[in-house]
Write a protein that binds this ligand. Sequence first.
Ligand SMILES: Nc1ncnc2c1ncn2[C@@H]1O[C@H](COP(=O)(O)OP(=O)(O)OP(=O)(O)O)[C@@H](O)[C@H]1O
Ligand SMILES: [Mg+2]
Length: 439
Amino acid sequence: MSRLLLVEDDHSVRSTITTFLELEGYSVDAVSSTRDAINRLEASAYPVVISDIYLDDRTGLDILAAARRANPGCAVILMSARGSMETVMAATQGGAFDYLAKPFELDDMLGAIQRAEASLNLEEEEEEASIDDLPPSSMIGSSACVVEIYKTISRVAPTDATVLIEGETGTGKEIVARMIHSNSARAAQPFVPVDCAAIAPALLESELFGAMRGAYTGADRDRSGVLESANNGTVLLDEIGDIELTFQLRLLRFLQEREVRPLGAARGKKVNVRVLAATNKDLQKLVQEGKFREDLWFRLNVVRITLPPLRERHGDVPLLAHHFLKLYNERYQLDARLAVSGLKALEDYSWPGNIRQIQHLMERLVLLAPQGKIDEAAVLEGIERTSSKDSGAETLAGAEAEQIKKVLLATNGNKSRAARILGIERKTLYRKLERMGLD
Ligand SMILES: Nc1ncnc2c1ncn2[C@@H]1O[C@H](COP(=O)(O)OP(=O)(O)OP(=O)(O)O)[C@@H](O)[C@H]1O
Ligand SMILES: [Mg+2]
């Protein structure tokens, strides 16, 4: 029979909870003051402690500290009717297992206790998943198909060849393009990605080729296009499968002649840029459907690199998980650990969002892991929360708000530190928080 310590100053709440838990088979030591609670904690180790927050001259946060001091593995569940950002924050930072807002259903409390017990058992039998040290690298992965890709990159990088990079969303197309650039003789020159899908078709031409003053309404001065300003460097035409047929012809001409003529300009000028292209669409199929010019496809397809989806990169999930674990632990100055069961759950998942998804998930898990432990339950919950309804992070504003919330959580609400991590002025952060309705 499990023993629990219950700290609650309200007599009727205390007896209701005690009766309920005793019927569930627990042996409950119920006390009403922080002094009694701390005495009990010093006398014997409790695996689980449930405490109200506002008690007497000391609070549930003092109970939390005493319980964790007496028994670092102790799971403390705090409850309060007056939860605030600050108390929840302090509870989390102090290593509380869970926080229940009063009033709650007794079954919810039971659920929290059971989860706490399960995590304690896991803690005993579970070792930390570990990995041999690998040399640091910007591209993580050692599976056979990825090593083939490293070989292709290393061969093609020093040349000026056009490379077509294909792969599902989040498989690392942009990172491959950057690797090609940084391992070429152009490394010291600009690398400029252009998201062809994000630029309105009418503007894509002036974006790439530039426009002379007066070429269209609003062109108040001469503007050089990306292909000219990236001269001697590399341009990545991202989402190339999304450009319109008419513009495809313009692009083909450029690839043949390597000359840019800004809109409204009389003559063109030679530029020396290396062109890389990326897409998550099947270009060959688009060609068959008549949506992509075959001649342009040939031009782009001099060398093709096809990135495998993460679910086919057997063995890379542990490498990536540990890579991002380390990255975010360092970034947020945390010490989250990945349990064997957590890693198993990561390995069993299918990763529709590929590497970007595992990266975001690991960031979230590092920040939110209860007591810094990432186990199976944490992973499954994280996957559920981030895959179905990515909480508004679909929009740019939503993603920014999410990021701000995460960093604030990690910095214990310290706005100066949060602003530094986010790379923005403190004033800017305040403004953004106001706009988000947080403060
Ligand atoms: N092999 C890898 N090792 C470490 N990080 C990676 C790797 N591949 C991708 N990433 C990271 O995953 C994220 C997504 O990668 P990237 O932007 O290159 O994907 P993408 O294929 O261009 O996606 P999309 O089609 O959505 O544009 C980036 O943060 C990138 O740094
Ligand atoms: Mg991309």
